[in-house]
Design a binder for this molecule. Structure first.
Ligand code: HEC
Length: 124
């Protein structure tokens, strides 16, 4: 019985882990979605680690950058073009990119993401 519950427990943990991992980290979102442009410089997107271009953006602050990433800006598509992403996932990716460009921003919280969504306007 001990053995059986051990096996069941391991199976349940295996099921629960992917569910927990659903909210992706900034680096994962960056690699899956944002790197298409921010890795290559496609459409003249500011590239990851380009401190010259990101330095200016970092000074504008997250209250500017995250709403722009949520709503889109010129050739930058809303949510990086992937509506499956949550606002928090996009915010984490912005923090990842901004910090790679010299920023020192903390991990955003769900409350931060909700505030930035208000600034950006409703999802389309
Ligand atoms: C299809 C290409 C493309 C993808 C994919 C993309 N971006 Fe961008 N992004 C751009 C371009 C181009 C700009 C420059 C926009 C401008 O200033 O005209 C930009 C600008 C930005 C900015 C600066 C906004 C500002 O206020 O100037 C942030 C932040 C940003 N992107 C975050 C992201 C994040 C996070 C992702 C992934 C979830 C992402 N981008 C995916 C093309 C892209």
């Amino acid at each position: 019985m001990r053995l059986l519950s051990g096996i069941l427990g391991a199976m349940l943990a295996g099921l629960a882990l992917p569910a927990l991992a659903q909210e992706k980290s900034g680096v994962d979102v960056y690699e899956a979605v944002c790197s298409e442009c921010h890795g290559s410089g496609k459409h003249d997107a500011p590239r990851l680690g380009d401190r010259k271009r990101w330095g200016k953006l970092v000074r504008e602050g997250l209250d500017d950058l995250v709403p722009a990433a949520l709503r889109g800006l010129r050739k930058m598509p809303a949510l990086g073009g992937n509506p499956q992403l949550s606002d928090l996932e996009v915010a984490r990716a912005v923090v990842y990119i901004a910090n790679a460009g010299g920023g020192k921003f903390a991990e955003p919280t769900a409350a931060d993401a909700a505030r930035w969504r208000k600034k950006a306007g409703a999802r389309k």
